[in-house]
Design a protein around this ligand. Structure first.
Ligand code: FES
Ligand code: MG
Length: 581
């Protein structure tokens, strides 16, 4: 029989205020845990590692994370830690209605309180599908323990009749082809299984891949993590090594705030430009910065990112997929190409800098996939932040996904009051619209939808598709899927549901888009806008008067601030003084 002698280790970890107690509370904290068969010595003061798992069968992109968690545990045990896996709310992009984004902040609260309220000294975040990365990271940032991310990894390349097809990107393509009568119903159905043929998240440079690149460029993963396919055995190696490493990080007290510095955020913005990452990064990175207390503004994304060249040739902007990115060398090659513009002294979770990490990993094995900085795919990538009376607090556009000829455009508005109005009328043969029109969609912002869904890349009217029109200017207060493309102006702030000028646009109004000049202008006089404003009433949103949705609508911040809940900004640290009984 062991006595209580082991209970006071050299270094006092936060888990000791649970497992280190010798009174009744110590009994309670340990005894119930022992029903899982944990031997006595696991409670001896070794680092307790929480494995925050977003596994769910309702989040197909993360469905393999249970296996990954077991591998992380191996590493934790090996390094002398005590791993404890716990679930948090998992947000699946494809199934969750009205949009997974509505629940990002809720999931972040789940992650935050689960970490803080439990005897955890360090955290491993297992993420994948779009929102599962920012939500858990936002929560972890508000606690600020040593934290490492293991991205679940992309699916293998989609394969359809001899060609590579990309998650999401080919959904929009196939949908158009089917509407034009170029793809049969049977082929359309068959393509579903061809697109998603292995475990993992979207393998285009959609939001999930963007988030994976983001966490690696922030320094929150071991080097090379982002691009490893979910089913590649080296994903397990990464998980194993991450399990080992988090134990060391606890001993070194390498907290999240030591890595998530201003320079880390600036690196992430630049890398996102070079990889052609999703516009959704803006909202998530801003929200994460808000949690850890680093000032970040919408203008920073343009200032830091728009001069960066596009190096990665991945769908939707380009041709290849994440599997190809991995074989070409992965993110370390991008980091190394950008070494002159990145802060290579930024610290990463392995205790070394990006500069040290890329040594020996800087060889590109396929220049078609990753371009050299001297010969980029596009000279200036990144995201352009637009301002004007139509978006006083800003709107964004991803030039690399847009049509160059439309980046300076003046056209008449065709207005859809909400998403139902759009669906009702878009394919109406009588709809007055031509290729020069500007499609305007209202009430798809954070408050208005609610939750700011990915509907900004409205499909074009069938009759124009049949005429061969491939792109049109589209404007909304919503987001678009990172897998989508087009001349799409997003994140208009303030949104229409709270009375932003977007709410006042009427059919036939002239709208001017000037990406180069960073301008988005509604050509209507101030007096007329004032008159329209007086006649305006906020939209009625159904199922929004109770529960989380009611709380969300009351407290959500606008897109340019990261769409977090106002009371979640900042953090509460990791200390909890009171016991449970
Ligand atoms: Fe989950 Fe794209 S749907 S990553
Ligand atoms: Mg998405």
């Amino acid at each position: 029989m062991v006595g209580f002698g082991y209970i006071y280790p050299m270094k006092e970890l936060r888990s000791r205020s649970w497992f280190g107690k010798t009174d009744k509370m110590g009994f309670i904290y340990r005894s119930w845990m022992k029903n899982q068969g944990f031997p006595e010595d696991l409670f001896d003061g070794r680092p307790v590692i929480g494995i925050c798992n977003t596994w769910s069968e309702l989040t197909p992109c993360n469905a393999h994370l249970r296996d990954i968690a077991e591998v992380v545990k191996r590493g934790v045990f090996e390094a002398g830690g005590f791993p404890l896996e716990f679930p948090v709310m998992s947000l699946g992009e494809t199934l969750l209605k009205p949009t997974a984004m509505l629940f990002r902040n809720l999931a972040s609260m789940d992650a935050e309180e689960s970490i803080r309220g439990n005897p955890i000294d360090g955290v491993v975040l297992l993420t994948g599908c779009d929102k599962t990365t920012p939500s858990t990271l936002m929560g972890a940032a508000s606690v600020d323990l040593p934290t490492i991310v293991v991205p679940g990894g992309p699916m293998l390349n989609g394969k359809f009749r001899g060609m590579d097809i990309g998650s999401g990107t080919h959904v929009w393509k196939f949908d158009e082809e089917r509407k034009k009568g170029q793809l049969s119903d049977a082929d359309y159905l068959y393509a579903e299984s061809c697109m998603s043929r292995s475990a993992g998240h979207c393998m285009t440079m959609g939001t999930a891949s963007t988030m994976a690149c983001m966490v690696e460029s922030l320094g929150l993963t071991l080097p090379g993590a982002a691009a490893i396919p979910a089913v590649d055995s080296r994903k397990k190696v990464l998980a194993h090594l991450s399990g080992r490493r988090i134990v060391e990080m606890v001993k070194e007290d390498l907290k999240l705030s030591k890595i998530l510095t201003q320079r880390a955020f600036e690196n992430a913005i630049k890398v996102n430009a070079a990889v052609g990452g999703s516009t959704n990064l803006i909202i998530h990175l801003t929200a994460i910065a808000g949690r850890i207390g680093v000032p970040l503004e919408l203008a920073d994304f343009d200032r830091l990112g728009s001069g960066i060249p596009l190096l990665l040739n991945l769908m939707p902007s380009g041709k290849f997929l994440m599997e190809d990115f991995y074989y070409a060398g992965g993110l370390p090659v991008i980091l190394s190409e950008l070494r002159d513009v990145l802060d290579m002294d930024a610290l990463t979770v392995n205790g070394r800098t990006h500069g040290e990490n890329v040594q020996g990993r800087d060889v590109c094995y396929n220049r078609e996939v990753i371009a050299a900085v001297e010969q980029p795919l596009i000279e200036h990538a990144g995201i352009a932040v637009l301002k004007g009376n139509l978006a006083v607090n800003g709107a964004v556009i991803k030039p690399s996904a847009a049509t160059p000829a439309l980046m300076q455009h003046r056209g008449r508005a065709v207005v859809f009051e909400d998403i139902e109005d759009y669906h009702r009328r878009i394919d109406d043969p009588g709809l007055e619209i031509d290729a020069s029109s500007v499609m305007v969609l209202k009430n798809v912002g954070p408050v208005g939808y609610p939750g700011m869904p990915e509907v900004g890349n409205m499909a074009l009217p069938k009759k124009l598709l049949e005429q061969g029109v491939t792109d049109m200017v589209r404007i909304s207060d919503g987001r678009m899927s990172g897998t989508a493309y087009g001349t799409v102006v997003l994140h208009v702030s303030p949104e229409s549901a709270i009375g932003g000028v977007l709410a006042l646009v009427q059919n036939g109004d002239w709208i001017e888009l000037d990406v180069e000049g960073r301008r988005l202008h509604l050509d209507v006089s101030d007096a007329e806008l004032e008159r329209r404003k007086k006649a305006w009433a906020p939209p009625v949103v159904s199922q929004a008067d109770r529960g989380y949705v009611q709380l969300y609508r009351k407290h959500v911040q606008q897109a340019h601030e990261g769409a977090d809940l106002d009371f979640l900004r900042g953090g509460s640290g990791s200390e909890v003084t009171r016991d449970s009984h």
